[in-house]
Design a protein around this ligand. Sequence first.
Ligand code: TYD
Ligand code: MG
Length: 461
Amino acid sequence: MKAARAKTFFQCQECAAQSPKWVGQCPGCQAWNTLQEQRGERAPTHRFESLAERSRVVPLEQVEAQSVERFASGSDELDRVLGGGFVHGGVLLIGGDPGIGKSTLLLQTAAHVARSRPTLYISGEESLAQIALRATRLALSGSPVALMAEIALERIQTEIRDRKPELVVIDSIQTLFSEELSAAPGSVSQVRECAAQLTRVAKQTGTALVLIGHVTKEGTLAGPRVLEHMVDTVLYFEGDTHSQHRLIRSIKNRFGAVNELGIFAMTERGLKAVSNPSALFLSQHPRPVPGSSVLVSLEGSRPLLVEIQALVDASSGAHPRRLAVGLDAQRLALLLAVLHRHAGVSCHAQDVFLNAVGGARISEPAVDLACVFSIVSSLKNKPLGKGIATFGEIGLAGEIRPSPRGQERIREAVKLGYTHLILPRANAPRTPPEGVHLRPIERLDQALQALWEATASIEKA
Ligand code: TYD
Ligand code: MG
């Protein structure tokens, strides 16, 4: 009987659905070409259902039943995204590209927490000597943090149960394997099983658990998007590895607000909090250049000024290119259509490239006006006036929609010395703050008119 079942099966690397045969499209999540052959017994499906149920229901009930107890991570920026600090029994997944600084941040954090609470840092990626080398570099080598180089889940579980640390860091979840499964480490069933087992231990022992996860090229946590359901908090580490700045964003948080942003700089001695981040994503042009505008963005609870750059140039091919870095490419196509239809500006024969400066990633629709301003400025090869900032969403009918928390955006722009603000009419305050010209607008053509008027008045002054 056993021998008959011990064969191979196929499992989706995205959603962990299983199939006895290979198929092109996953029966679970409808993704294409995600099924991979796995050796071993096919897990009975009800087992996964019960796992999913537990990770979904129990932690949420706990949150309602008891007030959460937190302890500080030692970094205000990290505490901000966590919603105030680590939670006992809370499971945190932190994802990011290789080399972005995940191990650095968590080693710094573990070293800090270890001063007042038992802390265990488990690495499946690096040897103890390598970790010690990094700790020396970070000037943390005197820290009482307990280290362990281990990839066997069962041994890690025993260690957590015996030592009862208050904080455990697993670097990374993709390197672990459970002896009970025959699949290779890093495969979706291993990652899923290890995360589920560790979550159980964390809940039982009241340990705060941090799982580090790698991100695939597609930008999702490799394979186990399923992990996002299991854990309490999901953070993404982002930023351009060529620049110093690193952002940590909360995508999901059962213990706090989402879309909070923590801002760090990678220095010679590890990650440091950035004290005045709002001007971080502006490049310093000695004089205004075409194709550049400034967005007043509001990510989570903090306003940020971000330069949006566009390059619009004659296309050589039959299909002009549209490329967006740090912004949504679909949104770019949509904006170009609206720009043509409602403002008569055509980019049909041009390639359009759009970039958010400094590795910023903007997902809020308030970026629309800034994108359009940069595109028009590049197309006309005319710089916008120095001191103009903007925010606002553009609808398909060419209307300008208000953005949330307009007052805070205006305040930040004024604080950083912007003198002309082009903004949705619904966001304009009755009494404008001193020292700034507000140009409230309702439609796209008005917006462009206001833009050139503001530029002309700045040039005259
Ligand atoms: P790391 O934490 O190993 O990244 P991850 O775990 O996300 O893969 O960070 C690696 C990069 O950070 C590496 O390119 C070197 C750089 N770094 C510094 O610039 N300063 C430092 O103090 C440390 C420890 C690393
Ligand atoms: Mg690492």
